[in-house]
Ligand binder design. Sequence first.
Ligand SMILES: [Zn+2]
Length: 328
Amino acid sequence: MTTGRSAGIREHGGMRVLLLTLSLLCGAAQAQQTLAPGVVLLSGGFESGRQPDGNSVLLKGEGDGWLLIDSGRHRAHTEAALAAAGGQVTAALNTHWHLDHLGGNAWLRERLPGLQVWASPAVGQALANGGWLDRYRQQLVAGIPTAPPAQAAVMQVDLDLLNRADALNPDREIRAASSLAIVGRRLRVGVESAVSGGDLWVLDEASGTLAAGDLVTLPVPFLDTACPPAWREALRRLSAQPFTRLVPGHGPVMSRADFERWRGGFDALLDCADQGLHPAACAAAWRSHARPWLDDAGDARVNGMVGYYFKTLLQAPPEQRERFCRRP
Ligand SMILES: [Zn+2]
């Protein structure tokens, strides 16, 4: 298990935080699951000693083409997604700029020169000079030479992706909530700022499948670069959508009732933090909501992650708590 804390990456903004949090997760290798006709989930995972991949959703178009929502980080995940579509991915959409949802663009573009990629403007901002991912790249360049070999290898995966920033950028930007058709599928796309400053969610109207990106994650909400008040509002908008199943950014598919249970836990966690209660008590409140999804290992991870988020964000000094709410 690698942690950002031991990877030799100095804290700069939220970068080290993201590495640390993601490293506290563990998961199985990618698994493929048909959710509805023409709707396939490729589960993300996180094998010990490396960073995770987010969940990917494939939507079959009117012709042979497929839309891939989130392209993963590691080649094995992206390859599996392309194979699940019979090699016919013609469009991709990234819910946000975290590399476990975006990195696969680089490899896809090598294989699929005509690929059309959709994302929010926040992807380009993160990759541009001085943006979050650009600064993260500089930290990797500085940190890899002195990192232990196993950690250097993990860091190198991300550096290799970020050295191909042009291939990660979208061709088409989605700036506001829209109804549009991609590969002939009718989609409702929402634009939120809560998790990364530019978070897309996608409702596939034909199947009632909502791809939520990291607006919904397990074993806890990932608050690394989050604006908590905006996140509450985003979840209220998600709840108002006519979906029948929801694919989170990390974790298993949810029913509407599952999502409302998760959302109740999210609100309870933030309320608990706002009341100044102890992180352990708030972690217990979260666990009571997330119980259906947590095994013993998950329980242990919840404590560590909630404690970390309380320290760095939810119960940080007041001026720091909403620092990710002030984004362009
Ligand atoms: Zn993610």
